[in-house]
Design a protein around this ligand. Structure first.
Ligand code: SF4
Ligand code: SF4
Length: 356
């Protein structure tokens, strides 16, 4: 069955005020607020961007959503989970202070920020899904307490999954720490001795202290590695090698199954919004200022997380010849996550684009 994906185009380089205006209009024209009832706890899942990131979705757009949810007499809150890697979002205390610095404080957005997975990522809930990889998945507990969910995603390329959009924002972004580790469990990187300059950056950033010095080079202790990919991300000498073919596929499928676990008990109570603005090669977790790879396209909304990601791939391909994932990491087949999500019953890759 075909799903509806609503679309407001945006010319490249619009101001934050113009983007916010488009978000408000899309929310109203798509009747997104119909998933919310009076007194509902409404989780707004977002990503506030790492310390140096400047291309994350701006708080002005989120405020538009918050205001419209409040008009329904519901109780919106912003939500996120702690990261596996070390950084400004590694626990609830750092994450909330950082969110405030990036403009996501209650004074600016109008809703409180409540971490979905507790103080350090361990507050979780196990959801039975009967998937192809997992019989059950571990997701952030407070997301199960919420009555409705608005998932606001910023599509980008992704170093391990090819595409980071709605399915990733749900699957990785709302998994508990254990859930995240499980999605990475098939990743086992190794250091290429000839390329390693022993700058020690990977040693500093590895969250599990799994990297040590051996013969003047970095060495990864496989038994301690959780496959988070942080060493790959920080190495500037291409000295960390992953077997992308098998491992990205597993990660994408596992991510789709975790996404399914997050959304499946909220049937009819979710809206998925993809903001196709400032799309970069790497995701907003990267602690660097990035340039956008392609001109802006607009904002999409749907009740179907699979359709909204498929539309993201199609619209970027139509505008630029190659889809976002192909432009960012051509060695990945990022359609794996989309097809797998459709196969396990999360949504449809067939959709009707309704342009305003
Ligand atoms: S970051 Fe790269 S070059 Fe530096 S020590 Fe680690 S593997 Fe070697
Ligand atoms: S060695 Fe493993 S745990 Fe450490 S940063 Fe690399 S992928 Fe993550």
């Amino acid at each position: 069955m075909s799903s509806k994906v609503y679309f407001i185009p945006l010319a490249d380089g619009q101001t934050e005020a113009d983007q916010a205006n488009a978000m408000g209009k899309l929310f109203e024209l798509s009747d997104a607020a119909s998933v919310v009832a009076e007194n509902d706890f409404v989780a707004i899942k977002l990503h506030v961007g790492e310390h140096m990131n400047t291309t994350h979705i701006k708080p002005e757009l989120i405020r538009e959503i918050v205001e419209r949810i409040k008009l329904k007499g519901a109780l919106p809150f912003l939500t996120e989970t702690s990261t596996l890697y070390k950084g400004e979002r590694e626990n609830a205390v750092k994450h909330l202070l950082h969110a405030h610095r990036h403009g996501f404080g209650i004074d600016n957005v109008g809703a409180p920020f409540i971490m979905a997975d507790g103080l350090s990522g361990t507050s979780e809930y196990e959801v039975a899904i009967n998937g192809k990889l997992h019989k059950s998945v571990k997701v952030a507990r407070e997301i199960m307490t919420a009555d409705a969910m608005i998932v606001v995603s910023h599509p980008t390329g992704h170093v391990a999954a090819g595409l980071g959009a709605c399915i990733k924002n749900l699957g990785m972004g709302l998994a508990s720490r254990m859930g995240k580790m499980r999605q990475h469990s098939n990743m086992s990187p190794e250091v290429l001795n000839d390329s390693c300059k022993f700058c020690q950056k990977c040693i500093k950033w590895c969250p599990e202290n799994a990297i040590v010095e051996k013969d003047g080079r970095a060495f990864i202790m496989t038994e301690k590695c959780i496959g988070c990919g942080e060493c790959l991300a920080v190495c500037r000498f291409d000295a960390v090698k992953y077997d992308w073919g098998a491992e990205s596929g597993f990660m994408q499928r596992s991510m789709a199954e975790h996404a399914y676990g997050v959304a499946k008990e909220k049937d009819g109570k979710c809206i998925f919004i993809n903001v196709l603005v400032d799309m970069t090669k790497d995701c907003d977790c990267f602690n660097v200022k990035q340039e956008k790879m392609i001109p802006d396209i607009g904002i999409l909304a749907s009740t179907d997380p699979v359709a909204v990601d498929k539309a993201t791939m199609d619209l970027t391909a139509k505008a630029h010849g190659k889809n976002l994932a192909e432009m960012a990491y051509k060695h990945h087949d990022a359609m794996i996550q989309i097809h797998h999500a459709a196969e396990i019953g999360m949504g449809s890759i067939d959709y009707e684009l309704i342009k305003f």
